[in-house]
Design a protein. Structure first.
Length: 670
């Protein structure tokens, strides 16, 4: 083996070990920026020496080839569903069935959390990830191998020195609550319908055609079953321990029990504890631990006789519907929201619940003064599931969906193929305009540090009605606002000035084109590196891009067909804002902080610590989490810890105040 090949192999092993510690053990031992440096080094070596490329390399997690369709694949071992039970009587019947089948000893039963996501079968050949197939109908599923390769907790190569020739593991692909909320927030910002729950989000993500987009959504996976052509341990629990040793992610909450009382104790504990988990679960799975005994009991046409799923009843609360408010989004979509008498549900006070759309209200036959039953969909989103008709007031009027905008009074329209209704007065509807202004300023867009209340005041005064108006604000205007003294005024003006340096993709997202979220904006900038090229693109050219569907393409074409939007683009450019990849490249080619390693400590007046970290990275600097001899200087705010200050002084590391740092990067007047 050559020295280069050895270096590449060692790098791959090192990166996979870091992936394993980060995504499976949850114990990272390396800074993100250092991990990225290792990955970049490996990418360069693989490009320079293509003869050593390996499909299981960490660099291959995000596939570059876009699938035309999903191929159907037959399961070698059918992926059967489980019989569901909803009470302890069902559990006792299951337990008695086991004791009757094996009367000579108490059953050994494996208890495990039932994660609420998308079931998947992952196949490894000689330790290398070979194929991943969805459950489908249990007999045939979809090949989603390229998308599964993007999930960091699923190893591309098993951590085994001598793995079996063929290994098949069953798991559940999930979307953690935090990522679900982030994803839905972006969909709402883009004017898209949010996912109903994390399960739907995980399933929808895994069925996307572009693995690059899938990789941006932080899916996770827990494995719960193992098959192989080789000899395996006889116990299910022991097989999962083997999976752990191979680097596969297995729940740490599994438990072996040998009495019905222990089963009840496990079920009772997780009835409460599951609410503290970072992802959705929908019950507990009980499995006979002995694989030999599993085979003896066998299966029905639909489910195994040796396992059941215990489903918790969703926590439900009854409360009064005080009314329904109809909100107007920045794209004009009308969103009905139930206003409820406050009620405690799953540990939180619920005052509002989603009603989705007009069809949903009609299906509930919702009336004024109704008492309704509320659950938390996916255990986090309040939703009305039914009405208590026994307490309904006779002849109570139905909740009517408006036919005019609740804000400006313009007629509503129902777009073809959608259930949502939209306000037709996009130019003058105050709620739409304020919504667009707020969206423009969000962190993922222009990143202007301004609150919605201030935007509303600027709108009411007539100073800001279009996004380009932000760049014409003066200190004399801002000083007239309540609470805006010189420091707050300069902070906002500085934030507006810095927004001119935002990347093209961020500013494209900021324009608020309907259905163009942050991810779609990044995809568009890769294919149309300037806004002029995007403006000239036809619907056919747009839909030729993977995951740019007809509706998104129509929305983009419609946006640029409006002369007022063209005026906005021209105005933004006149203020020096980059709307092309080439321009952004030229802007960032002068990296003021390149080669600088900087620690941020203390509190600041002009920006948050996170904002300063972003500025440092944009200017080519490296943010360090701790002080060392490698630190170039410290951005020192007020309330910097005395121990850090002493360490910096002992190492001779300069301390720059906030004002000194801003002056250094040319963002503060002398």
């Amino acid at each position: 083996m050559s020295t280069i090949e050895q270096t590449i192999k060692k790098l791959r092993q090192e990166i996979e070990e870091h992936n394993y510690r980060y995504y499976v053990l949850n114990k990272p031992d390396i800074e993100d920026i250092d991990f990225d440096a290792l990955m970049h080094k490996l990418e360069l070596l693989e490009q320079e020496y293509p003869e050593f490329q390996d499909p299981s390399s960490p660099t291959q997690r995000v596939g570059s080839d876009r699938s035309e369709r999903f191929v159907s694949v037959a399961h070698v071992y059918p992926m059967l569903s489980l019989s569901n039970s909803y009470n302890y009587d069902d559990v006792r019947v299951f337990w008695n069935r086991l004791t009757e089948a094996f009367p000579e000893k108490a059953p050994s039963v494996h208890c495990e959390l039932k994660f609420d996501g998308l079931s998947i079968s992952v196949i490894y050949i000689d330790g290398v990830l070979h194929q991943a197939v969805t459950r489908g109908d249990g007999l045939v599923g979809d090949d989603v191998t390229q998308n599964i390769r993007t999930i960091r907790s699923i190893p591309l190569r098993l951590k085994a020195s001598n793995p079996p020739h063929r290994v098949e593991v069953r798991g559940e692909v999930i979307l953690p609550f935090a990522e679900f909320e982030r994803l839905n927030g972006r969909r709402i910002e883009a004017g898209e319908e949010p996912f109903a729950n994390p399960r739907n989000a995980a399933s929808g993500t895994l069925k996307l055609l572009d693995p690059n987009i899938v990789s941006q959504r932080k899916l996770d996976c827990y494995f719960y079953h193992l098959y192989s052509d080789a000899s395996l341990p006889e116990g299910h629990y022991e097989r999962l321990e083997l999976c752990k040793s191979w680097g596969l992610k297995v729940s740490t909450h599994n438990r072996l029990v040998s009495s019905l009382e222990e089963v009840y104790s496990y079920l009772e504990y997780w009835d409460t504890a599951r609410k503290e988990l970072p992802c959705a679960t929908d019950g507990i799975v009980l499995k006979l631990n002995s694989v030999r005994e599993q085979e003896f009991l066998g299966t029905t046409n639909k489910s195994p006789r040796w396992a059941i799923a215990y489903k918790y009843q969703p926590e439900r609360a009854r409360t009064l519907l005080k009314g329904v408010s109809f909100q107007v989004g920045r794209t004009g979509v009308i969103v009905p929201v139930a206003e409820l008498e406050p009620i405690l549900l799953s540990g939180t006070v619920v005052r509002r619940a989603t009603l989705h759309n007009a069809d949903f209200i009609t299906s509930l036959d919702l009336r004024e003064g109704d008492y309704v039953f509320v659950e938390k969909g996916g255990e986090i989103i309040p939703k009305i599931v039914s009405v208590d008709r026994d307490t309904r007031v006779e002849l109570a009027p139905r909740i009517a969906f408006p036919d005019r905008c609740p804000d400006c009074g313009a007629p509503l329209e129902n777009k073809e193929g959608e259930v949502a209704f939209y306000c037709t007065n996009s130019l003058e509807c105050p709620m739409q305009i304020k919504g667009r202004l707020e969206h423009f300023c969000t962190r993922k867009a222009a990143d202007i540090n301004i609150g919605s209340e201030t935007i509303a005041v600027l709108y009411d005064k007539g100073w800001v009605r279009r996004v380009e108006d932000f760049y014409m604000l003066t200190d004399l205007q801002l000083m007239q606002l309540d609470g805006f003294k010189e420091r707050a005024t300069q902070k906002l003006l500085l934030s507006i000035e810095q927004s001119k340096r935002r990347p093209y993709a961020a500013m494209l997202f900021a324009l608020g084109i309907r259905l163009v979220g942050e991810t779609v904006a990044k995809t568009l900038t890769k294919h149309f590196p300037s806004i002029d090229l995007l403006q000239a693109a036809s619907q056919e050219e747009l839909t030729a891009i993977g995951d740019i569907g007809t509706k998104i393409a129509q929305s983009i074409v419609s946006f640029f067909a409006d002369s007022r939007n063209i005026e906005t683009v021209k105005a933004l450019r006149s203020f020096g804002i980059s709307l092309a990849e080439e321009e952004q490249g030229q802007e960032t080619s002068s990296l003021l902080l390149e080669g600088n390693s900087i620690v941020i400590s203390g509190t600041f007046q002009y920006h948050s610590r996170e904002e300063y970290a972003s500025i440092i990275e944009r200017l080519g600097g490296k943010r360090l989490s701790s002080i060392s001899s490698k630190t170039t200087f410290i951005l020192a705010g007020t309330e910097m810890g005395p121990s850090k200050r002493e360490k910096a002084l002992s190492l001779g590391i300069p301390l720059l105040s906030e004002e000194e740092f801003l002056a250094k990067i040319g963002k503060l007047d002398d």
